[in-house]
Design a protein around this ligand. Structure first.
Ligand code: ZN
Length: 55
């Protein structure tokens, strides 16, 4: 399921409130400032710092 562009436009990193990079192939949202990667599950971004993957 694709992430809606409207939703994508308002999403920010919950840790720093910065912009996120959307990767539609990997189904992730990446914050380069925090070096955290948030997953998108069934079209719903999991915007929880505890659930994010560090890279
Ligand atoms: Zn961040």
């Amino acid at each position: 399921m694709a992430l809606s562009p409207d939703l994508l436009a308002i999403l920010v990193c919950p840790a720093c409130k910065g912009d996120l990079e959307h990767d539609p192939q990997a189904q992730t949202l990446t914050c380069h400032r925090c070096r955290l990667r948030y997953r998108i599950v069934d079209g719903i971004p999991v915007m929880l710092i505890g659930e994010a993957e560090k890279f």
